[in-house]
Design a protein around this ligand. Structure first.
Ligand code: FAD
Length: 329
């Protein structure tokens, strides 16, 4: 048994517990989201004690050197004294340049960061409202092709951030941005590997970025993108994807509709089902899976069964914050 000291309170922590579990169990209202070491929402700083290497995986070098760590994957091996991360270390400002509202309660937002940002298409960032509310969103833009950062946001019924973005955020406002993070992006030096991209709803955001990045890098092998939505109206950026398909012989786009009759040019069924029935042998393929976490998890298993190497499967599950235990007033 070790202890975790959070400001003036000290909590016992057993060897199976993460720092985040200990804090939440003891009623500390700390920001968190995915609980998997992915979204970086819960990041904190260790003042004393050893920081396990796993708790710093994927963090920017400068943050790791300042002893920042991710409480959700940190199982302490010594007593730790921890404090909140200083927001100035994490977030920098970005100007909202434009917002495009699309059918099915989706919007594209375009941001201009105050300082240049190095990122890969397909990574994600945390966007923060002035009052501190923050959520993760995937980058749809490609650094070598686009001047602005682009994100696609889908409304969640009762969701705090998505409703605020769709209803209240306006061009001229500022947001805090943190990141980028995530390792789901086009792998340089892989021009001869076929690529399978599967996503539903705004899971398209990182996929379209990865596809454009690959094509602009001269990717020679096949790129197959399957985008799933319930209705034709939800098949957003359809025109842009069809144009990309006409311009590049190695890029194929399949618009998958699951809840209504599929007109000409669309296919009836779920994106993952159709993709795996079309591509039964995925040996040496790179596979990218984005969006609904259940779909990402089951598609990952199916990709392995079809012969893809685990190291060649890149995932971006859109985990929602688990708010069920804390009813909203
Ligand atoms: C790595 C990553 C990348 C992501 N990329 C994208 C992206 O590109 N585009 C995108 O649209 N999303 C993305 N997401 C999801 C995004 O981060 C948010 O989770 C999403 O926008 C919902 O946030 P919210 O604040 O609107 O909802 P929240 O307020 O967090 O609510 C989440 C859900 O819980 C429900 N809920 C809230 N309170 C309660 C309660 N008391 N009881 C029961 N249910 C409740 C809400 O109805 C909602 O459905 C990503 C997530 C991750 C982790």
């Amino acid at each position: 048994m070790v202890t975790v000291q959070y400001y003036n309170r000290v909590f016992p922590c057993n060897e199976d517990q993460t720092v985040l579990e200990v804090l939440l169990e003891n009623g500390q209202d700390v920001p968190h989201s995915c609980k998997m070491g992915v979204c970086v929402t819960c990041i904190m700083k260790a003042v004393d004690g050893d920081v396990p290497a796993k708790a710093q995986e994927g963090l920017r070098k400068s943050l790791a050197e300042q002893r920042h760590f991710l409480p959700c994957v940190c199982k302490p091996t010594t007593d730790m004294r921890i404090v909140n991360a200083d927001l100035q270390d994490l977030f920098s400002p970005a100007l909202v340049k434009d917002i495009e509202y699309l059918p099915r309660d989706i919007c594209r937002i375009f941001l201009e960061p105050a300082t240049p940002l190095y990122y890969h298409a397909g990574q994600f960032m945390n966007l923060r409202r002035e009052d501190g509310l923050a959520r993760s969103y995937s980058l749809a833009s490609v650094p070598s092709l686009d001047d602005r950062l682009e994100f696609h946001i889908q409304r969640h019924e009762g969701g705090q951030m998505s409703n605020w973005i769709l209803d209240d955020l306006k061009p001229g406002h500022h947001l805090g941005i943190q990141g980028p993070a995530g390792n789901s992006y086009y792998q340089p030096g892989s021009a001869d590997r076929n690529i399978l991209l599967i996503g539903n709803s705004t899971g398209l955001a990182p996929l379209i970025g990865i596809a454009r990045d690959a094509l602009s890098s001269g990717h020679a092998a096949r790129i197959e993108l399957y985008h799933g939505s319930r209705t034709v109206a939800g098949s957003y950026l359809d025109d842009q994807l069809r144009e990309l398909e006409s311009a590049h012989g190695n890029f194929h786009y399949t618009a998958c509709i699951s809840d209504e009759l599929a007109p000409k040019g669309y296919r009836l069924g779920r994106a993952d089902e159709l993709a795996f029935s079309d591509h039964r042998d995925l040996k040496k393929w790179h596979v990218f899976l984005c969006g609904n976490p259940q779909m990402v998890s089951s598609a990952r298993d199916r990709a392995v069964t079809a012969g893809a190497q685990i190291a060649d499967i890149f995932t971006d599950p859109y985990e929602l914050k688990d708010l069920r235990k804390t009813p909203r007033s």
